[in-house]
Write a protein that binds this ligand. Sequence first.
Ligand code: SF4
Ligand code: SF4
Length: 84
Amino acid sequence: MVTIRPVINYDKEKCGDPSACLKCIRICPYCVLAYIPLETPEPGKPPEDWVVVSTCRVMCTYPTCKLCVEVCPNDALNITIPSW
Ligand code: SF4
Ligand code: SF4
């Protein structure tokens, strides 16, 4: 049996600086989302920018849960179920 996993689509332009928000990351009950540096910083320097990523998409229970989509103030997340 093939289990279809949700695809989490993230719009960096709409999000802006996720490190100043983190609402989607904090609200996810399964810790699916995280934020990572957009680029590897130079040694000794902090990252200049961040992006939201899904680290364990298999845990996402969309469409039962839509918390991250609903909490985002910038409409930067949407989730789709791929059709095969
Ligand atoms: S839909 Fe729910 S389970 Fe899936 S990433 Fe968003 S908050 Fe997490
Ligand atoms: S809730 Fe929206 S604006 Fe906030 S970090 Fe997540 S994607 Fe970005």
